[in-house]
Design a protein around this ligand. Structure first.
Ligand SMILES: Cc1ncc(COP(=O)(O)O)c(C=O)c1O
Length: 410
């Protein structure tokens, strides 16, 4: 019997029954696992069975979270990692090498931009920034060394939406995988396979963690891409039950970079997964209502939320997303000083970086997330000094509305 989204996550059972019949998966905090004899520990190291040996490589509590993410996404393979940035960097350590290039939007979360503009180029990986609204520009940037097309599902904080089903046709013709940072919308809000996504990278710190309980990340592989043309993966014979990508990631990259998720984090995030849909639906509805309310205010120059009337991405948003497209929106005031004055008057909404906490958050991206960027990189990322980013939380709409009202009108 096919199950719906939240049931699949909550009903996701343990790989082995718990000795005490615990209803939630226990936290296995230990670093190492012992074996009855030398033959079985050797077999575990040689992948002849899937028992855990050492928690940097795999851990039962982390595997349980991965099983829940697999159930929610319908993916072929999932790996949970220490952070969203670990998920992004381990993905490119797996598929890129010196001489490879990545075709990407320049409108990215700040650390991803810095990874692409500085960290990866130091290892000989080129990043070609393109306007993802223009499929011809994407097609022209791709060559035989392109290891991926990369974009955020809804860009943070620009709220641009690349037309993924359309871009996917180009990528399929050119045999290039689509790697998407889907942090801002969980799987109940869109259909990754219909968008043509091959690999997702996620900051699990956001929705998955259940209210900013912990830092975490995930790589989700739909098993849809044939890696035989990838320079780094083509030598690997196709493994059974997983892609060449997943095999390389699991057997080499993740263990060598060591950015494993802690078992305590996996416990918190597995619990967070169980309320994911509830929180997402409430937060995105509040975001829409707040964005609509603020857009009526005379002191506000612009409100950006894809579902608002007149938004250039509304048609794509309606096609790609179920109901409201996420809980992030931005507001532009007169200038930076007006933003600071407004922020400092808020009483319920918190001044903090992060997204999809249970608390509503606001930040001034230009002076914080992008604050240390060079002039050139600031220009490339296009973050305006008059812009504020909001992440709607779970408070009651009326209280958030009144907080914004008093901060704008004082
Ligand atoms: C879209 C996006 N991707 C990735 C990250 C990085 O995630 P983490 O902080 O878990 O490393 C963030 C963090 O804010 C983000 O907003």
């Amino acid at each position: 019997m096919s199950q719906k989204f939240s049931t699949k996550i909550i009903a996701c059972s343990f790989a082995r029954p718990d000795a005490y019949g615990a209803i939630g998966f226990p936290v296995y905090r230990n670093a190492a696992f012992e074996f009855a004899d030398s033959e079985s520990i050797a077999a575990a190291f040689q992948y002849r069975h899937d028992l855990h040996t050492y928690s940097r490589i795999s851990n039962p509590t982390v595997s349980h979270l991965e099983a829940k993410i697999k159930a929610a996404s319908g993916a072929e393979y999932v790996m949970a990692l220490a952070s969203g940035m670990a998920a992004i960097s381990d993905t490119f350590f797996t598929i890129a090498c010196a001489g490879s290039n990545i075709v990407s939007s320049p409108h990215l979360f700040g650390n991803t931009f810095a990874l692409f503009a500085s960290t990866l180029p130091a290892f000989g990986v080129e990043v070609r920034f393109v306007n993802t609204d223009n499929p011809d520009e994407i097609a022209a940037a791709i060559d035989e060394n392109t290891c991926a097309f990369y974009s955020e599902l809804i860009t943070n904080p620009h709220l641009e939406i690349a037309d993924l089903p359309k871009i996917s046709q180009i990528l399929k013709e050119k045999h290039v995988p689509m790697v998407i940072d889907s942090t801002v919308v969980p799987w109940c809000g869109y259909d990754a396979r219909a968008c043509g996504i091959d690999i997702e990278v996620i900051s699990a710190t956001k929705y998955i963690s259940g209210g900013a309980t912990s830092i975490g990340g995930a790589i989700v592989d739909y098993g849809t891409f044939d890696w035989k043309n990838n320079r780094k993966l083509q030598q690997i014979p196709k493994p059974k039950g997983m892609s060449r990508f997943a095999f390389k990631l699991k057997s080499e990259i993740a263990r060598n970079t060591g950015a494993c998720m802690a078992p305590d984090t996996a416990f918190l995030q597995a619990l967070g997964m169980e309320t994911l849909q509830l929180r997402y639906e409430r937060m995105s509805q509040t975001a829409y209502r707040l964005a609509e309310y603020i857009s009526q205010h005379e002191k506000v120059a612009k409100v950006n939320y894809p579902e608002l009337a007149g938004n250039p991405y509304r048609e794509i948003s309606d096609r790609m997303f179920v109901a409201h497209p996420g809980a992030m929106f931005t507001v532009s005031l007169e200038n930076k000083e007006a933003c600071y004055r407004f922020m400092d008057r808020l009483q319920i909404i918190r001044r903090a970086t992060n997204l999809f906490d249970n608390k509503t958050l606001v930040i001034h991206p230009e002076s914080t997330i992008y604050g240390t960027f060079s002039k050139e990189n600031k220009a490339l990322t296009g973050i305006e000094p008059a812009l504020l980013r909001f992440s709607a939380g779970l408070e009651d709409f009326e209280d958030l509305r009144d907080d914004i009202h008093q901060a704008l009108n004082e």
